[in-house]
Write a protein that binds this ligand. Structure first.
Ligand code: GDP
Length: 299
């Protein structure tokens, strides 16, 4: 019974407690230890399948060996990083102008904020960006997007409340092409209450932008709130049915111990994680770094 674990002690901090000053405590990697690890990984949102796979890999060739806290920590971090490395990919940029990025996700996931942050980043990198406020049914989202657009110095195309998002997307394509924009970021509705409607709405947006460029959209980014834990799994499944998800942005990874869901998502879907949201400010969007992530998660 050591000291109560700190909020951000990471997975192993909770299992092994803090290292006693100077002394290296070794524990046997036995069934009991592996079971405790599994439970902690599941509690940390890795999901049962991923947790079992990670512990099995940890035990391979090492079962029954005595390992120090540090060794177990490194082993776990290594296994997590191995799952995460293949999905750590920034948003690919194409020579094609405009590159059309459709942004999907449930309301509250951080879509608007992420579009603002992306616009600002690309603008800072010298790209010409246009935003389309495609969630025409949510006046607040449109307003919010305009605020972000002003901050980022990027034009935001809007349409009257309740008007057809596909028509706005078409106009935005026309404008982006006329302006020679590098990127067009299209916000979309996130009402999952009526999936058939949402599916039709997304499909129609895709249909009309294809009239302007058969290869568009070049990316469909799904924005997920990392604090929703296992719920993120069903959101990926839902949006894969509604659209052609090509990559993820995980938001709200600041100050949460729930990042384990990323491991579960990576293991299950293998979709690239293009960026992570680490705060509410315009610069709080970071590339996903698997090693840093694994080290932070394991503690
Ligand atoms: P939308 O409904 O999907 O467009 O979501 P919003 O972009 O409006 O974001 C919902 C809330 O989450 C807002 O209060 C944002 O400030 C907040 N938010 C978005 N991304 C992050 C993030 O990375 N970290 C934190 N802490 N908050 C975020």
């Amino acid at each position: 019974t050591g000291p109560p674990p700190a909020e951000n002690a990471g997975i192993l901090g909770r299992l092994l407690g803090r290292q006693q000053g100077g002394t290296v405590v070794k524990r046997t990697l036995d069934d009991d230890m592996l079971e405790q690890l599994e439970e902690l990984l599941i509690a940390a949102d890795l999901g049962v399948d991923t947790a079992l796979r990670v512990t099995a890999n940890m035990a391979e060739g090492r079962f029954g060996k005595k390992l120090s806290t540090q060794e177990i920590k490194e082993l776990l971090a290594q296994e997590v990083a191995r799952i995460m490395e293949p999905v750590a990919k920034p948003l690919p940029l194409y020579a094609k102008k405009p590159q059309v990025v459709l942004v999907v996700g449930v309301n509250g996931s951080g879509k608007t904020t992420t579009i603002g942050k992306l616009a600002s980043q690309f603008r800072a990198a010298g790209k010409k960006v246009v935003i389309a406020a495609g969630d025409t049914f949510r006046a607040a989202a449109v307003e919010q997007l305009q605020v972000w657009g002003d901050r980022a110095g990027v034009p935001v195309l809007t349409a009257p409340e309740g008007s057809d998002p596909a028509s706005l997307a078409f106009d935005a394509m026309t404008r982006a092409q006329a302006d020679g924009a590098d990127l067009l970021l299209i916000d979309t509705a996130g009402r999952l209450q009526n999936r058939a409607d949402l599916m039709e709405e997304l499909a129609k947006i895709v249909r009309v932008i294809k009239k302007k460029d058969p290869d568009a959209p070049h990316n469909t980014l799904l924005v997920l709130d990392a604090t929703t834990g296992q719920n993120a799994i069903s959101q990926v499944e839902t949006f894969q049915k509604l659209s052609d998800v090509s990559g993820l942005v995980m938001t709200k990874l600041d100050g949460t111990a729930k990042g384990g869901i990323l491991v579960s998502l990576a293991d299950r879907f293998g979709l690239p994680i293009h960026a992570i949201g680490v705060g509410e400010q315009i610069d709080d969007l970071a590339p996903f770094d698997p090693e840093d992530f694994a080290a932070a998660l394991t503690g």
